[in-house]
Write a protein that binds this ligand. Structure first.
Ligand SMILES: [Zn+2]
Length: 102
């Protein structure tokens, strides 16, 4: 292994760590489905079986699919897994908190 490979590997690790932290430290959101106010949970898109199939059969599409899945996480309510999340300060979030209707 030469120096360039090590530098690239370290940079990839740093980018991976920064993106992981970004996914985990989202601002609190209110769920319009159940009323939960919490940080949204990152959830990967795509199908794990398709990813495994692509990895076994073709390395490059498997890698691309995994990268797409990693970078395109969706945020869901930690209580009910709904994607209907809005910031508590937004008009819809304030309306949900004041009326208690979600
Ligand atoms: Zn919810």
């Amino acid at each position: 292994m030469n120096t360039t490979t090590i530098v690239i590997a370290i940079m990839v690790c740093i980018v991976y760590a920064v993106i992981t932290l970004y996914h985990h430290y989202q601002p609190k959101m209110i769920c319009l489905q159940c009323g939960e106010i919490n940080r949204p949970s990152p959830e990967e898109r795509g199908n794990i079986y398709l990813a495994i199939f692509l990895w076994i059969c073709f390395i490059v599409p498997g890698l691309l699919y995994s990268l797409w899945s990693f970078f395109n996480k969706k945020y869901v309510c930690p209580a009910c897994r709904s994607e209907r999340l809005v910031p508590p300060g937004s008009p819809a979030g304030k309306r949900a908190q004041s009326t208690g209707s979600w």
